[in-house]
Write a protein that binds this ligand. Structure first.
Ligand code: ADP
Ligand code: MG
Length: 462
């Protein structure tokens, strides 16, 4: 039998019998392995600790500590515990073999020694020993790698988490900054627009106010004078029924009877028109009051009515649709301490949106098929022991989709075409109600049915 010899190996032979030592050493000599010897258990333990052999061949019967005790001590010493031990026993000692194996020995060889057998067994265990060592090393490497990877993974995870958190923080900071910026922009635009437009409107209203009132006042006199002239003419006709030809001709030419009938009518309609103009101017002046400085006791209904008057041109019937109906359901309200100018602006924004929503309903529906009238209901009431007034503006217009409802709080959000919608109306209104008046604004809307906005304002300002 030829054996492939494992090249490197350190073998410790432990035997008190020099003969045995010699025989064994000789058997193993040709292999190229390094052979160490010990003649008792103590010497074996010391050498094993020091030289760390690959295999120990251990005799059982020895003076001093015997082979079993030696094996036991080697196995319980961490430095030598993993060195494979092969017992050397006499053929007949079966009990010893079992005991040895139980103590942790890997094999036994029987005396008298068979050279080939000794060689084969030592060779096998040496191979196993090498493989085991290799495996151990690989295992250690693997474990090390696993540990390193776990560490790297943990690091990566913590970095990722850190990064995610930072991204989250930054995102929230940015979106905060953005909404702040948008709100500031809205405020700026609002202030800019209001001051420019408000001043213009107030200026024009003021300028027109005087002449219109002057015309209105004089029309009263004009009407009186006309009546007097007509009466005088009648008297002339009564007492001078036959005037000269020239007068007769003139009476024919100017169609005096018609004139006498028509002139008072003309004066009357001029009076009516001028009166409406004066009302409109009053509404404009009311609407554009630039009184941001301090809140004052205000009649809310007057504010709503002036706004409606200004919006009259949009409520009237036009070729596309019939007039929009306004239903007022006013409660008796106390005077409310507020800023009338900005508050009117809120009414204007909400009413304009309601009109837009109704007009969109007309565009969407086939109006020849559906009997539809646009309606805006304005309801006012007092809440909580008369400390809060509520103004509700409801329309039966197009309503809002879920997406529109979600995005309504965004400044500059609009569903209207460029040039028509700015998406500023509600942001401005919210700001006026919530910040300037410590009130609340809310809405309910159903697609295809309509929308209702509610404003709550404390009667007394904090
Ligand atoms: N009464 C309403 N009915 C239906 N949608 C409305 C109503 N009021 C507001 N909206 C929706 O809210 C959006 C924002 O309104 P707003 O801030 O006034 O800006 P704008 O009117 O310029 O679009 C509108 O474009 C519209 O989609
Ligand atoms: Mg609007």
């Amino acid at each position: 039998m030829s054996l492939e010899i494992v090249e490197i190996g350190v073998i410790l032979i432990v035997d008190d019998n020099p003969n045995n030592l010699e025989v064994l050493s000789e058997s193993l000599m040709d292999t190229g392995w390094e052979i160490l010897v010990a003649v008792n258990g103590e010497g074996a333990i010391a050498q094993a600790e020091y030289a760390h052999p690959d295999i120990i061949l251990l005799d059982v019967m020895m003076p001093g500590i015997d082979g079993f005790t030696t094996c036991d001590r080697l196995k319980s010493n961490p430095i030598t515990a993993d060195i494979p031990i092969i017992f050397m026993t006499a053929l007949s000692e079966t009990v010893d073999k079992v005991k040895g194996l139980n103590l942790g020995a890997v094999d036994y060889i029987t005396k008298p020694f068979e050279q080939q057998e000794v060689l084969a067994r030592v060779q096998t265990h040496l191979k196993i020993r090498h493989l085991t060592k290799q495996l151990q090393t690989q295992n250690q490497q693997l474990q090390q790698e696993v540990a390193e990877r776990l560490l790297a993974e943990a690091k990566l995870q913590s970095l990722t988490k850190d990064l995610e958190q930072r991204v989250e923080e930054r995102t929230s900071q940015l979106s905060h900054a953005l909404s702040h910026l948008q709100q500031t922009q809205v405020n700026l635009i609002q202030r800019e627009k209001m001051s420019a437009l408000g001043e213009l409107v107030a200026g024009i209203a003021h300028e027109i106010n005087n002449p219109v009132n002057f015309i209105l006042g004089n029309l009263g006199h004009a009407s009186e004078y006309t009546q007097s002239f007509i009466e005088l003419l009648n008297l002339y006709q009564k007492y001078y029924p036959e005037p000269v030809d020239e007068i007769v001709d003139k009476i024919d030419e100017i169609d005096l009877n018609y004139l006498i009938c028509d002139f008072p009518e003309i004066i009357l309609s001029m009076h009516k028109g001028t009166k409406r103009m004066a009302q409109m101017i009053r509404a404009l002046r009311h609407f554009s009051r630039r009184d941001d400085a301090s809140a004052e006791p205000t009649n809310i209904h007057e504010g709503i009515d002036s706004t409606l008057l200004i919006l009259q041109y949009r409520l009237k019937a036009n070729p596309e649709r019939p007039a929009i109906q306004i239903i007022k359901d006013y409660d008796t309200l106390p005077l409310v301490e507020c800023f009338p100018g900005p508050l009117n602006q809120v009414f204007m924004n909400l009413l304009a949106n309601a009109i837009d929503a109704i007009e969109e309903s007309f565009v969407k529906s086939d109006s020849s098929l559906v009997e539809y009238t646009g309606k805006i209901t304005i309801r006012t009431s007092v809440l909580e022991q008369r400390s809060v007034v509520v103004i509700q503006i409801a329309d039966n217009g197009i309503g809002m989709t879920e997406e529109v409802k979600q995005r309504l709080a965004e400044p500059m959000f609009t569903t209207k075409p460029v040039g028509k919608g700015t998406g500023l109306g509600l942001s401005i209104s919210r700001q006026i109600i919530e910040e300037q008046h410590q009130g609340a604004i809310s809405f309910v809307s159903e697609l295809g049915k309509g929308t209702e906005f509610s404003i709550e304002i404390p009667v007394v300002k904090n």
